[in-house]
Write a protein that binds this ligand. Structure first.
Ligand SMILES: C[S@@+](CC[C@H](N)C(=O)[O-])C[C@H]1O[C@@H](n2cnc3c(N)ncnc32)[C@H](O)[C@@H]1O
Length: 247
């Protein structure tokens, strides 16, 4: 597991704040409603992290949240005490319940092989009722990948975090790219330390996505989401077909 979700998980709220998700959460809500048949009331989020998206989506859906990291779940439980939380791996978790919708946001990037992607989509399929729908939102597909840098961070009194994220792809012929993070972590007494954290993330072509969604049993299409002015994201909207008639 990357340090960010493990030894450094306590710093998460200083890297990513709920208000950053307000605008895009309206787009997610629309896409989720359109992804399947009515009703769209219960929603399972796989890889829900600190629960920033959930803090907005819970206004419209009854939410169940799953994440692998106890530290990230602790943040989400504080932010979203009214939501059900489960510690689990999206490749294997089985809650014994079905939902109207499944959402897999940026956490899908941690599926770095076709096999892991397939296992996760199978989890999503098994947790959807017939006619239910899923939105899965990788940061990139192979065709849209661009190397780049981002930076940010926040203060909380004397404590503070600043980060640089450097995204690059050492081998365009394989199924992964790298996000290298440099964190500057300032403790309450003013001491600052530096941490490097490497995230290996999955990168699949549109055709590979279509194939693996089809193999998992979904009827899938691509949707272009407006994240903010001039920033769009290609995501997959996938419906679990109705049960086959019994004749
Ligand atoms: C970028 S964070 C998600 C942040 C989230 N979108 C939010 O609104 O706060 C990615 C999350 O994916 C989770 N994750 C990574 N691999 C996972 C797996 N196999 N199963 C479940 N969660 C996983 C990490 O623990 C981390 O919390």
């Amino acid at each position: 597991m990357p340090k960010l979700y493990d030894a450094l998980a306590e710093w998460w709220p200083l890297l990513s704040a709920p208000f950053e998700y307000e605008v895009e959460s309206k787009g997610w809500r629309r896409c989720l409603v359109d992804a399947g048949d009515e009703p769209a009331q219960t929603l399972l989020e796989l890889g829900s992290g600190g629960g920033n998206n959930a803090s907005y989506l819970k206004r419209d859906f009854e939410l169940t949240l799953v994440d692998l990291s106890p530290g990230m779940l602790a943040h989400s439980r504080r932010l979203n005490p009214e939501c059900a939380h489960h510690e689990g791996d999206m490749r294997s978790v089985r809650l014994g319940a079905t939902f109207d919708r499944v959402f897999i946001h940026d956490a899908i990037c941690y599926m770095a092989t076709l096999e892991d992607l397939h296992r996760t989509l199978e989890t999503a399929f098994l947790h959807l009722r017939p006619g239910g729908g899923m939105i899965v939102a990788p940061d990139f597909v192979r065709e849209t990948f661009r190397p780049g840098t981002e930076h940010g961070g926040y203060d909380d009194g004397p404590r503070g975090l600043r980060y640089l994220e450097w995204t690059w792809d050492p081998d365009p012929s394989d199924h992964t790219y790298i996000a290298d993070y440099a964190f500057l972590l300032r403790e309450a007494d003013g001491r600052v330390r530096v941490e490097h954290d490497r995230h290996v993330e999955g990168l699949f072509s549109r055709n590979e996505w279509r194939q693996v969604l089809g193999e998992a049993g979904f009827e899938a299409r691509t949707v272009v989401m407006n994240l903010e002015d001039d920033v769009t994201l290609e995501v997959f909207s996938a419906r679990r077909p109705d049960a086959l008639p019994s004749w």
